[in-house]
Design a protein around this ligand. Structure first.
Ligand SMILES: [Zn+2]
Ligand SMILES: [Zn+2]
Length: 340
């Protein structure tokens, strides 16, 4: 073989045969985007290609961009490469990107999770020769409980607070996690309020036909007195701030894979945390990698050293790709920018 299907450059993952980048972090002429989180979908590219489900949020976040959409599974010829997008199960429209050049198939995972969440298109394994996998939670300590159990905990926490007339503020990334919780929480417990960053995203997703329970934007006039016992969905960056203080006596919690680490919860000054991630856990990563049948694995953002060594011990040809994707924390920083 002359040239690899993908090469790793200082601007991002590059396909020489198609002359395009995947989720580049510096401005390029042609960018294929896995999903709308800010570390993957950046501004300043000449042309964008993403799934039809992912594109509305990208336009909302990036403003006027020159973009085209594809449906899941649709094959596009770009230069000498055949490209298609396949569900990554991370958030609505999120994709793994399959790139085939002369019979050699490589797949870029983007961010993914393997457990169906009742909101986004379920993760689909894509057979390939080389798989570029995120490994945000690539340590054996990260072992998620099934979503129904975690959501039952959330409902119990909310109901107990509501019974005392207290508001429950749940920190969740404004794109993805917030809507996943909305799609799975029990709306019979009480009213659901949203921070502006969450409501703005809800609006975009509803406009494209994604069904979510009724929510009410928590504008300046909305307080714990006006909506006793409400559940408030807010970006994590809004927890323990003046914005949250208007809900006097509220119970505050954060829903994130990082809540599996007790120190993180303590540092954030939270009594309650729910371990709920939009990334695959240790078993999910391993199952996803096995399901591709790939022999070559490249790992990016996360516990890359440990995870690469583990894969090499399992007999894979495993390498690390230096990228500028930042895992869950970048998604949280994006929320800060969207604070009103
Ligand atoms: Zn993401
Ligand atoms: Zn990411």
């Amino acid at each position: 073989m002359t040239e690899p299907v993908l090469t790793f450059t200082d601007r991002g993952i590059y396909c020489p045969a198609g002359d395009f980048f995947v989720d580049p972090w510096r401005p390029v002429e042609r960018a294929l985007i896995t999903h709308g989180h800010s570390d993957h979908a950046r501004g300043g590219h000449g042309r964008y290609l993403a799934t039809d489900v992912a594109l509305p949020v990208m336009r909302h976040r990036l403003g006027a961009i020159r973009a085209e959409s594809v449906r899941f599974g649709e094959v596009r010829r770009i230069g000498e490469a055949d490209v298609s997008f396949h569900p990554a199960g991370h958030l609505p429209g999120s994709a793994q990107i399959r790139i085939a050049v002369g019979g050699e198939v490589w797949v870029v995972s983007g961010d993914y999770k393997t457990e169906p969440d009742g909101l986004c298109e379920p993760f689909e394994p894509v057979p390939c020769h080389a798989f570029i996998s995120e490994c945000t939670f690539g340590l054996p300590v990260f072992n998620w409980r099934p979503q129904p159990e975690v959501m039952a905990d959330v409902n119990r926490w909310w109901a107990a607070n509501a019974a005392e007339g207290r508001v429950s503020i749940l920190g969740a990334y404004s794109l993805g996690k917030a809507q996943r919780i909305l799609a799975n929480v029990d709306p019979a417990i009480g009213p659901i309020l949203t921070h502006g960053a969450v409501e703005a995203t809800n609006r975009v997703l509803r406009a494209q036909g994604i069904r979510l329970p009724d929510t009410h934007w928590a504008g300046p006039d909305v307080t714990g007195a006006s909506h006793p016992g409400a559940l408030v969905i807010a970006p994590p960056s809004a927890l323990n701030t003046p914005w949250a203080a208007r809900f006097k006596g509220a119970s505050q919690a954060f829903a994130s894979g990082w809540m599996a680490l007790r120190g993180v919860r303590r540092r954030r000054g939270l009594a309650q945390g729910f371990v709920l991630s939009d990334h695959a856990d240790w078993n999910g990563l391993n199952a996803a990698i096995r399901a591709t049948g790939a022999e070559r694995i490249f790992v990016t953002h996360g516990y890359t050293q440990v995870f690469r060594r583990w894969l090499a011990d399992q007999g894979y040809d495993a390498g690390i790709v230096e990228t500028q994707y930042e895992g869950d924390d970048a998604e949280q920083d994006a929320d800060v920018e969207l604070l009103e």
